[in-house]
Design a protein around this ligand. Structure first.
Ligand code: AMP
Length: 284
C-alpha cells in the first residue's frame, strides 16, 4: 500500500494510473476507521481497479465550538486496517497541503447545506463541499464512495458534482451498524457506558417509523411524533431534530408520497449522534 502526502504527488500518481488505463475508486474519510469506512473500501474494490482512501480531519467542516481538537485519531491503526482491506493508496495530506497559505476559495451548495445538520452546524457543509472538491482534484477518481450514514452530505455531494460538472460517479453505500443497531461512527467512543447502552434508541425509533409506514401511515407528523416518543424513553438523550424531508431536495414533506429521508440528531452528553432511514424507496 502506497502512502501519499501531498496533493501534487497524489495528482502525479492519479495521472499515471489513468494513463495506464486503471479506473480509480476513492473513499474520503477523516480516519479513526471502522467497518463503515471499510465497507466503502470494499465497494470501491469491487467496482474499480485501484482504490485510494484519504485520511484528513478537515478543519473547515468543524465549527469553533466543535470537537476538532479532540476528534479521535490513530493513523497507524488506520493504515493497518486499510492494508488488510487491500486498499491500494492512502492519501494523507497536511492542513497546509489542502489549504495553502492565503486560501480564499470555498464551495457552497446553497439550500441543501442549510437544513437538518446545517441549521446547528453553519459552515459545516461549505467545509465538506470545499474539501471534497479539493480531494477530487487531487485524487482524480472515476468513482467516489460515500456512506448513507451522512445522508445530507451524500445529497450535497451528489448536487455538487452535478452542478459543477465534475466527472466523478457518486456511489452511496448502506449504513453499517453495530450488532445492537447503533450506526457505526468514529465518535461512538465518546459515549459513556450508560450512554452507549441507550444509543441504539435512534435505530429503534427509525425501525418503528418504517413499520408504521409499511402499515400505511403516510403522515410525516404522525411518524415524527412516534419517533419522538420512542427517543424520549432514553433519558440520557436529548433530541436536536427529527426531520422528514424529500430524499434529494431535502425539503420538508408532510405526506410521504415520494422517497423520504427520516433523519435524526440526538445528543448523548456532548456526543452528537445522527442516524436516518429512507422510506418509500422501490424494493425496500
Ligand atoms: P468520516 O470519516 O466520518 O468523515 O466518514 C467517511 C465516510 O464514511 C463518509 O462517507 C461516511 O458517510 C462513511 N461512514 C461513516 N460511518 C458509516 C457507517 N456506519 N456506515 C457506512 N458508511 C459510513
Amino acid at each position: 500500500m502506497e502512502i501519499t502526502r501531498t496533493p501534487a504527488e497524489m495528482q502525479e500518481t492519479a495521472g499515471r494510473l489513468r494513463r495506464d488505463g486503471f479506473r480509480i475508486g476513492f473513499v474520503p474519510t477523516m480516519g479513526y476507521l471502522h467497518e463503515g469506512h471499510l465497507s466503502l473500501v470494499r465497494a470501491s474494490k469491487e467496482r474499480t481497479d485501484k482504490t485510494v482512501a484519504s485520511i484528513f480531519v478537515n478543519p473547515a467542516q468543524f465549527g469553533p465550538n466543535e470537537d476538532l481538537d479532540r476528534y479521535p485519531r490513530d493513523f497507524e491503526r488506520d493504515l493497518d486496517m486499510l492494508a488488510s482491506a487491500k486498499c491500494n493508496i492512502v492519501f494523507a495530506p497536511t492542513n497546509d497541503g489542502m489549504y495553502p497559505e492565503g486560501n480564499r476559495t470555498f464551495v457552497e451548495v446553497t439550500g441543501l447545506q442549510d437544513g437538518l445538520c446545517g441549521r446547528t452546524r453553519p459552515g459545516h457543509f461549505r467545509g465538506v463541499a470545499t474539501v471534497v472538491t479539493k480531494l477530487f482534484n487531487a485524487v482524480q477518481p472515476h468513482v467516489a464512495f460515500f456512506g448513507q450514514k451522512d445522508a445530507q452530505q451524500a445529497a450535497v455531494i451528489r448536487r455538487l458534482v452535478r452542478d459543477l460538472l465534475i466527472p466523478v460517479d457518486i456511489v452511496v453505500c448502506p449504513i453499517v451498524r453495530e450488532s445492537d443497531g447503533l450506526a457505526m461512527s468514529s465518535r461512538n467512543i465518546y459515549l459513556s457506558p450508560s450512554e452507549r447502552a441507550q444509543a441504539p434508541v435512534l435505530n429503534r425509533s427509525l425501525l418503528e417509523a418504517r413499520a408504521m409506514f409499511d402499515g400505511g401511515e403516510k403522515s410525516a407528523g404522525a411518524l415524527a411524533h412516534r419517533i419522538r416518543d420512542i427517543l424520549a424513553t432514553a433519558d440520557l438523550g436529548s433530541v436536536e431534530y427529527i426531520e422528514i424531508v424529500d430524499r434529494d431536495s431535502l425539503e420538508p414533506v408532510t405526506e410521504l408520497a415520494r422517497p423520504a429521508l427520516v433523519a435524526l440528531a440526538v445528543y448523548f452528553g456532548k456526543t452528537r449522534l445522527i442516524d436516518n432511514i429512507v422510506l418509500g424507496e422501490k424494493g425496500k
